[in-house]
Design a protein around this ligand. Structure first.
Ligand SMILES: Nc1ncnc2c1ncn2[C@@H]1O[C@H](COP(=O)(O)OP(=O)(O)O)[C@@H](O)[C@H]1O
Ligand SMILES: [Mg+2]
Length: 313
């Protein structure tokens, strides 16, 4: 039996039908592990030690009645066996600060995923270490660079570097007169560089979420965009579909496996459109329940098998 804490967003607000963190919690509880819960704003570091006000947690797979929290108690987080680092993006300085704090106690307390590597691997940046697997991609805020990229690639997508859930993803066609205004809008909205990418027509067949556990393929779900949107994200109306891996997708998984394992990125979700890798999600990857719902394997079981194995040493 392990002492497990989950660091996550307020549990009363999650949608349990699609929430991967919730799937992990249900499986941990079924295996007899002790669960406690806290939100990132309960963290504190003092004289090199990290504390949080945690609450005992019981979960149930029942809509409207999915959790019970006990009495809050301040504990030294290094007394735990495992912490699930599971709050959702935005990947901002608040997020980054929690990875610095958790780095103080990892790996004595196993933090999943490894907080230092989570910090170093924002989804749309980490993936650029594998340019041969990606569509043509430019990261910049320089107008001349984007103009040159458009001239070369025709239709493009512009999207924020630290966006998520399909927010502010635009397709700009070759002759689109809105480009100048869109550029200006991005330039005032974002202080950092953003992503300019070749448009992938294959997106109409879906954006595949592939989950890897400790660098090994675990399961996948295809997400097909609604007829009136380019975005496949399920929060934007994309529909989950059963799927299998193509040979190219197997090759992508094999290429990434050892890199993910080396970095302690135990649960990772990669996104593939057509033959191209577009994102490597390490912050709080989703898809566990969606994979199960389309008839795939129970990835929460695979994750806990792995964590239990690591704790046994
Ligand atoms: N290069 C592209 N070509 C075609 N569609 C794209 C491209 N990039 C993103 N999209 C569409 O927009 C959606 C969201 O983009 P994505 O890069 O996955 O960012 P997010 O982190 O917001 O999910 C994708 O699921 C896909 O449907
Ligand atoms: Mg995505």
């Amino acid at each position: 039996m392990l002492n497990v804490a989950v660091q996550m967003d307020p549990i009363e607000r999650i949608n349990i039908r699609g929430d991967s963190t919730f799937a992990l919690l249900l499986e941990a509880q079924a295996r007899g592990h002790t669960l406690t819960y806290y939100t990132p704003d309960r963290l504190a570091q003092i004289e090199g030690r990290v504390f949080a006000a945690v609450q005992p947690l019981t979960v149930r797979d029942e809509l409207g009645n999915h959790f019970t929290l006990g009495e809050s108690q301040r504990i030294d987080l290094s007394s735990l066996d495992v912490i699930l680092l599971r709050q959702d993006p935005p990947f901002d300085l608040a997020y980054i600060t929690t990875t610095h704090l958790l780095e103080r106690i990892h790996p004595k307390t196993l933090v999943v995923n490894d907080p230092a590597h989570v910090r170093n691997a924002p989804e749309k940046v980490f993936v650029t270490e594998f340019p041969d697997l990606m569509p043509p991609t430019l990261i910049t805020r320089d107008l001349a660079e984007i103009k040159a990229f458009r001239a070369e690639h025709g239709d493009i997508v512009m999207k924020p570097l630290y966006g998520h859930g399909g927010g502010a993803v635009f397709r700009v066609t070759r002759g689109d007169l809105n480009f100048g205004s869109l550029y200006d809008m991005f330039a005032v909205t974002f202080r950092e560089q953003w992503v300019v990418q070749a448009w992938l027509p294959a997106v109409k067949h879906g954006d595949k979420r592939i989950l890897l556990v400790d660098g090994e393929y675990a399961g996948a779900v295809n997400r097909v965009p609604a007829a009136d949107d380019l975005r496949s994200n399920m929060v934007r109306g994309g529909s989950p579909k059963e799927t299998e891996l193509t040979p190219r997708e197997r090759e992508i998984c094999e290429r990434l496996g050892s890199h993910l394992r080396e970095r302690g990125l135990l649960l990772v979700g990669i996104d593939v459109i057509g033959d191209y890798l577009t994102e490597i999600n390490v912050t709080s990857p989703t898809g566990i329940r969606a994979v199960r719902n389309v008839g795939g394997p129970d990835i929460a079981m695979l994750v806990w098998d792995k964590i239990e194995g690591m704790r046994r040493g």
